[in-house]
Design a protein around this ligand. Structure first.
Ligand code: NAP
Length: 287
């Protein structure tokens, strides 16, 4: 099976590398061409456009930043769709809204191709280790065909049915993550301002029902209140909160806490922290 990979950011570069390592023939493209070089050194072929990737591959996988980035790589004379043919597959693993995903499915199927969405949970390290959670939905036949590749990127794979359910599930997941990080930041800030030892608060949290890998992973950096190199860029967390709120509007679900959490992340983006890790939101709280 020949694979294509479009979008070699933090996640895409690690996911594509696992496919190359597993022995798949992989053709890659990225808007900033320099990011293709490490993949090429491992054995991937570089294409000049997303269209060329889709032409070279049986299944083309995309991992883009935003709905706009998905459209930029998908549409136009050089886009993925232009290279799709009947029988090929298009798997979009970006975290985006339901509407963009449905449109990708419609356009791919118009070409006789199959479509699958597969947003992921897990950050830089799980992506490198092939330990992501993949929330797939769409054409079941493509899911089955893509399984050997998906299994090289993820440890937990779910098939959620119709296109849109992957996006919905991913947004519900990230809403929880954003809220947890906001509450964690406020607890740490309150402890710091009250003169407590933050290492001891981390110990208390870790010993109780709130223990979780995220607090353990980010705790030291939040306590130090220094720099936050991006594993999950803060601007993407804010995008996910915005998309979750838009989904909630559509289905009539109030999100009292998430609305506030979104304002906090918006403030962090406005403070220039968009390219830092999402844990840098704690800096806004600690100010
Ligand atoms: P990233 O490092 O910012 O990479 C984003 C990718 O999108 C890059 O390849 C970038 O190209 C491309 N891109 C952005 N705008 C574009 C445009 N207008 N036209 C063409 N390409 C464009 O992001 P990431 O962390 O890998 O995340 C990718 C997706 O996965 C996002 O939807 C994110 O929410 C989701 N996600 C991320 C994590 C995480 O922990 N990082 C975890 C789960 C899910 P350039 O290289 O040229 O900028």
């Amino acid at each position: 099976m020949k694979l294509g990979f479009v979008g070699l950011g933090i996640m895409g570069s690690a996911m594509a590398a696992n496919l190359v390592k597993a022995g798949f023939e992989v053709t890659v493209w990225n808007r900033t061409p320099g990011k293709c070089a490490p993949l090429a050194a491992q054995g991937a072929k570089i294409a000049a456009t997303p269209r060329e990737v889709a032409e070279a591959a049986d299944i083309v996988i995309a991992m883009m930043a935003t709905p706009q980035a998905v459209e930029a790589a998908r549409d136009g004379a050089d886009g993925i769709l232009a290279g799709l043919r009947p029988g090929k597959g298009y798997v979009d693993m970006s975290t985006i809204d339901v509407e963009t995903s449905l449109e990708s499915a419609r356009l791919a199927r118009e070409k006789g191709a199959m479509f699958l969405e597969g947003p992921v949970a897990g950050s830089r390290k799980p992506a490198e280790d092939g330990l992501l959670t993949i929330m797939a939905a769409g054409d079941r036949m493509l899911y089955d065909q893509a399984l050997p590749a998906l299994e090289k990127m993820g440890k937990k794979l779910l098939f959620l049915g119709e296109v849109g359910n992957g996006a919905r599930m991913k947004l519900a997941n990230n809403l929880v993550m954003g809220g947890m990080m906001a509450a964690f930041s406020e607890g740490m800030a309150l402890a710091a301002r009250s003169g407590l030892d933050l290492a001891q608060l981390l110990e208390v949290l870790d010993a109780g029902a709130m223990t979780n890998p995220m607090f353990r992973l980010k705790g030291e950096a939040v306590a130090a209140n220094g720099h936050f190199p991006a594993a999950f860029p803060l601007k993407h967390m804010q995008k996910d909160l915005r998309l979750a709120i838009a989904l909630a509007e559509q289905v009539g679900q109030p999100l009292f806490a998430t609305a506030s959490v979104n304002e906090l992340f918006k403030e962090a983006v406005a403070s220039g922290l968009g390219d830092s890790d999402f844990a840098a939101v704690s800096r806004v709280v600690r100010k």
